[in-house]
Design a protein around this ligand. Structure first.
Ligand code: ARG
Length: 461
């Protein structure tokens, strides 16, 4: 069992089936450079504690740098016999530094605290990449909102016409959700910025090593206060997976709307050719595959989260080998979002809106009925009664197959003396929009203020 990290008390090597099951180099190799960075930090605390002399530290760092260069160039890759990235890199170090020096590095650390630390380093880097991708999507939504400041559209609840809204207001609703996801990543990072290195296998080390020195060296804010927690906790991974799933869900919601809007029936948007696909049999087809893949990938991201949570459920403290299963779900979540976000942001940035059709549909389906009711309230009619009277107007218009503004002054007077001809001031999309001018409303003035507020939060990130 040449090269294994734990041969001493064993009579023979592992069965082939165990070795195959145990192996993780095919997915944990992407932690290799983090592992080497951790080894360099660890070498420095061994030196500080007097366990490596100056020459040994220099030799160790030099060998690790050479190993790093070989990992980057591909000159060094894991061998078939390597169980995991940590063992493989110890082999690579010993090949370069010799067994006398290379064999000293493992003192005072365990793969348990190593792997917990390296996972956090990986995820912190990828959280930044993902945040940039989400911000590009926010920018695309903001850009479209700014390009269409006055366009109206049918606002919906239950997918039915509800009240007219500005297209910009609708687009910014998606932007706020995605902005919160970026804020979540930043907040998550405060919890991820705590280093488990120094926890050892579970109980810390006897060698007088300073975990906070390693933490600072590796870009963490501090070291964990509990070595059992340091090696056994994976809530930081699970929280990352949750935020990733939330981003996937938020992208799938905007994507579902793009899919609907691109149908013949809606005809609200045209997808750019660069972000749509054709059919191998139907020459006329232009399909919203980016949006559909976003919707599909959301399921995959939810799976990454639930799979990881299922792995963690019921695990006793401290490290258990089950935890080797923590990496693939979060790696997959990061890979999925890094693939998806540029496509979704590009799709949104290049959408062309049919604003004339959207504006035409905005007030249809009696979408101004609430405006009549609230106009009556402003005339002193109790809302309960105003709701009934407006409903009566809808009933009358519906029975005639006309819209609310087609009813005559006599029709309105016949419903109630309170429905004077002045009610017509609210029977337009523009009147309806302008009247909703309080913070958060869809009036153009309120949406302009909203845009400023959103940009303020983007700048504060
Ligand atoms: N490769 C393992 C993992 O990914 C780390 C090794 C810990 N192994 C052990 N027997 N304690 O979690």
């Amino acid at each position: 069992n040449e090269g294994a990290l734990w041969g001493g008390r064993f009579a023979g090597g592992p069965a082939d089936a165990l070795a195959a099951l145990s192996k993780s180099t095919h997915f944990d190799w992407r932690l290799a450079r983090y592992d080497i960075a951790g080894s360099k930090a660890h070498a420095r605390v061994l030196h500080t504690a007097g366990l490596l002399d100056d020459a040994e530290l220099a030799g160790m760092l030099d060998a690790l740098d050479r190993l790093d260069a070989d990992v980057v160039s591909g000159a060094y890759v894991p061998a078939e016999s390597d169980e995991d990235v940590h063992g493989s890199l110890e082999r690579g170090l010993i090949e370069r530094a010799g067994p006398a020096l290379g064999g000293k590095l493992r003192a005072g650390r365990s793969r348990n605290d190593q792997v917990a630390t390296l996972g956090r380093m990986f995820l912190r880097d990828h959280a930044r990449i993902i945040a940039r991708g989400v911000l590009a999507t926010v920018d695309a939504l903001v850009g479209q909102a700014e390009a269409h400041p006055h366009a109206a559209m049918p606002g919906r609840t239950h997918l039915q016409h509800a009240q007219p809204v500005l297209l910009s207001h609708h687009l910014l609703a998606h932007a706020w959700a995605l902005l919160r996801d970026v804020q979540r990543l930043a907040d998550w990072d405060r919890r991820a910025a705590v280093s488990p290195y120094g926890s050892g296998a579970l109980a810390g080390s006897t060698l007088g090593l300073d975990p906070n020195a390693v933490a600072a060296d590796l870009g963490f804010d501090s070291a964990v206060w509990n070595s059992i927690d340091g090696t056994a906790a994976r809530d930081v991974f699970a929280e990352f997976a949750w935020v990733a799933a939330m981003i996937g869900v938020d992208l799938s919601r905007v994507s579902e709307e793009v899919i609907l809007w691109a149908t013949k029936e809606f005809s609200f948007v045209t997808l750019d050719d660069a972000y749509s696909t054709g059919s191998s049999i139907m020459p006329q087809k232009k399909n919203p595959d980016v949006a559909e893949l976003a919707r599909g990938k959301a399921g995959r991201l939810i799976g990454d989260l639930t799979g990881l949570l299922a792995t963690l459920k019921g695990l006793p403290l401290a490290y258990n080998r089950d935890l080797q299963e923590d990496k693939e779900p979060v790696f997959d979540a990061a890979d999925t979002l890094e693939l998806l976000l540029p496509a979704v942001s590009g799709m949104i940035a290049t959408l062309r809106f049919n604003t004339a059709r959207m504006a035409e549909l905005a007030p249809l389906g009696f979408a101004l009925a609430t405006d009549i009711a609230e106009w009556l309230v402003r005339q002193g009619v109790p809302f309960r009664e105003a709701h009934e009277l407006s409903g009566a107007a809808v009933k009358l218009a519906e029975s005639r197959g006309v819209e609310l503004w087609d009813l005559t002054d006599e029709d309105y007077a016949g419903i109630s003396a309170a429905l004077t001809p002045e009610v017509r001031t609210v029977l337009s999309t523009e009147g309806s929009l302008n009247a909703r001018s309080a913070q958060g409303g869809t009036a153009p003035s309120a949406v302009a203020a909203q845009l400023d507020a959103l940009k303020g939060q983007l700048e504060a990130l």
